[in-house]
Design a protein around this ligand. Structure first.
Ligand code: AVJ
Ligand code: FE
Length: 452
C-alpha cells in the first residue's frame, strides 16, 4: 500500500493519504470500466447516432467525460498543460444543446477512446504526486471524487440512452432478486422531529448537498414501497390519463400535448395486456416491480388519484436518515456502512428495478424498503440551494439550475453507482421528463390525533 522506499519514516497521515490514493485510483478505474462497457456494446454508427433529441450521441458523452477530467484534474489540480485545448468548446455542455451535438465536428469513436485514455494516464501521474490535503479542491481527494461521480452520472445518462435506442438488444444482466421478506405494512408514520439535512462532513458530497443544517419535519405517513406497475395500471384503467381534476394545470397541459396514455416504453396489445420495452426487449409489464419512466406530473396525478401526495425532499431525506433508536441522523437508511450488493439495487448490476422486499438489509429502521436504488423518486420540492449554499468548485454544476423549473429526485436507480447514491445526493430534472429511471412513492399528512 505504501509507495515509500524502505527506511523512510511514514507517519499515519502519509499512510492514510496513500490509502486514499489507492481508493481514488480504484474508483476511477471502476467508472472507466463501466464507460467502456456502455460504449463498446454498440458499433460506431450507433455511437454517433442521436437516439433521442433529449440525449447526446454516446460518443459525445465519452469525450465529454474525458474533457471534464482533463479540465479539473490535469489542468487545475495538476497544473499541467492541456492535451486538447482546441476541443473544450465542443464538449462544454453549456455551449451546445443536446439536440445540436450530433452536427458538431466531434471526435470519432477511435479518437475519443484515445483521448480519454491519454487524459487518464496523465491523471494517474498527477494523482501519484499531488498532496490530498491543504487546498480545498484536493483535500480528501475531493476533485477526484467529483470526477468519479461525474463519469458515473454520465454512465447512467448513457444507460438511459441505451434504453431509448431502437434495434437489437446489446446489454444483458442477471435477473433481479425477488422479495425475500414480506413487505409488511403499506405505510409507516414518521414522527415529527428535527434532523440534519444535507452534510458538512461527507468528503465527496457535492456543493448542492452542503451545508448540513437542521430541518424540522412534521409527522407524516410514507409508503414503505415505491408505487408498483400493478397499482399504476389501476390508475390507468380508472381513467387516470383522462381526468384533468387529478392533474396540475401544467401537468394536464403536458398530458394533452404529448397524448400521454401510459409510462414511457409501454404499449397495450389487442387483448388489453400491457407490455414494456426494456433495453430493446419487449416483455409483459411485471406487476410487482416499481413503475419507472414516469414524469413528475404523472406521479403527482397518481398521488392525487389515491388521496395522497408526493413527499417533500426533506421528508424523503428524514425517512432515509433518521434513526428512531438514537435520534441521530445517519448516512444511509441502514446505518453508516457504505452500500454493498446486499443493501440496494445500484450500479447497473441489474437492468431493472426490484420488487419491494428484495433488499431487506437496506430497509430503514421504520420499515421503509429500498429508499436507495431501484428507481429515482420524485419529490414535490423544486431544486434550490440549502441555507448557506456556496457554489464549489463551479456555478455550472448546481447553482445555475436552482429555481422553480426543476424538481428534486432522490435515492438513485438501478443505474446509479454507489459512489453517487448517498442519502444526501440530489438529482433534478424538468417535471415533464420521463427518460430517466424515475418512479415515486406517496406520502400523506398525519392527522392531529396521530401526532404526539
Ligand atoms: C445531476 C444528473 C442532473 O446529468 O445534467 C453531468 C449531472 N452534471 N454533468 C446532469 C451532471 C454535469 C446532472 N444531473
Ligand atoms: Fe457532464
Amino acid at each position: 500500500m505504501s509507495f515509500s522506499p524502505p527506511g523512510t519514516s511514514v507517519g499515519p497521515d502519509r499512510r492514510d493519504e496513500d490509502a486514499l490514493r489507492d481508493r481514488v485510483a480504484r474508483e476511477l478505474d471502476r467508472a472507466r470500466r463501466r464507460t467502456r462497457h456502455l460504449t463498446e456494446a454498440v458499433d460506431d454508427g450507433d455511437l454517433r447516432r442521436q437516439h433521442s433529441p433529449l440525449m447526446s450521441p454516446l460518443v459525445w458523452d465519452l469525450a465529454h467525460v474525458g474533457s471534464q477530467e482533463e479540465l479539473w484534474l490535469v489542468r487545475d489540480v495538476g497544473g499541467r498543460v492541456p492535451l486538447r485545448p482546441d476541443i473544450d468548446d465542443l464538449y462544454d455542455a453549456f455551449r451546445h444543446a443536446r439536440a445540436d451535438r450530433p452536427a458538431l465536428p466531434l471526435l470519432s469513436p477511435v479518437e475519443a477512446r484515445g483521448y480519454v485514455a491519454s487524459v487518464r494516464a496523465k491523471v494517474l501521474d498527477v494523482l501519484a504526486g499531488v498532496p490530498l490535503r491543504g487546498r480545498r479542491l484536493v483535500a480528501d481527494g475531493f476533485a477526484f471524487g467529483m470526477i468519479v461521480q461525474h463519469e458515473q452520472q454520465h454512465d447512467e445518462t448513457m444507460l438511459a440512452t441505451h434504453q431509448l435506442r431502437s434495434g437489437e438488444p446489446v446489454l444483458t444482466a442477471p435477473p433481479v432478486p425477488g422479495p425475500s421478506v414480506p413487505p409488511g405494512p403499506d405505510e409507516v408514520l414518521v414522527p415529527a422531529g428535527t434532523f440534519t439535512m444535507g452534510t458538512s462532513v461527507e468528503p465527496w458530497a457535492l456543493d448542492n448537498e452542503r451545508p448540513g443544517h437542521p430541518v424540522r419535519v412534521p409527522a407524516f405517513h410514507l409508503d414503505t414501497k415505491a408505487v408498483t406497475n400493478a397499482r399504476f395500471v389501476e390508475f390507468i384503467e380508472d381513467g387516470g390519463y383522462e381526468r384533468p381534476e387529478l392533474w396540475s394545470e401544467e401537468g394536464w397541459a403536458a398530458c394533452l400535448a404529448s397524448a400521454l396514455r401510459a409510462p414511457l416504453f409501454w404499449r397495450r396489445d389487442g387483448d388489453g395486456r400491457w407490455w414494456r420495452r426494456v433495453f430493446g426487449r419487449w416483455e409483459p409489464v411485471s406487476p410487482e416491480e416499481p413503475v419507472v419512466h414516469v414524469s413528475f406530473h404523472e406521479a403527482e396525478a397518481f398521488a392525487t388519484w389515491c388521496g395522497r401526495r408526493l413527499p417533500t425532499e426533506a421528508e424523503w431525506e428524514r425517512a432515509a436518515r433518521f434513526d428512531p433508536r438514537s435520534g441521530e441522523t445517519r448516512r444511509y437508511p441502514w446505518g453508516d456502512e457504505a452500500p454493498t450488493d446486499r443493501h440496494a439495487n445500484l450500479g447497473q448490476r441489474h437492468l431493472r428495478p426490484a420488487p419491494a422486499g428484495a433488499f431487506p438489509a437496506g430497509t430503514s429502521p421504520l420499515g421503509v424498503h429500498q429508499l436507495l436504488g431501484d428507481v429515482w423518486e420524485w419529490t414535490s420540492t423544486p431544486f434550490r440551494g440549502y441555507p448557506g449554499f456556496a457554489a464549489f468548485p463551479y456555478r455550472e454544476y448546481s447553482e445555475v439550475f436552482f429555481g422553480e423549473e426543476y424538481r428534486v429526485l432522490r435515492g438513485g436507480s438501478f443505474g446509479t453507482d454507489h459512489a453517487v447514491a448517498r442519502a444526501t445526493f440530489r438529482n433534478w430534472d424538468y417535471p415533464g421528463r420521463r427518460q430517466i429511471f424515475a418512479g415515486f412513492r406517496c406520502a400523506r399528512d398525519a392527522s392531529p390525533e396521530e401526532v404526539d
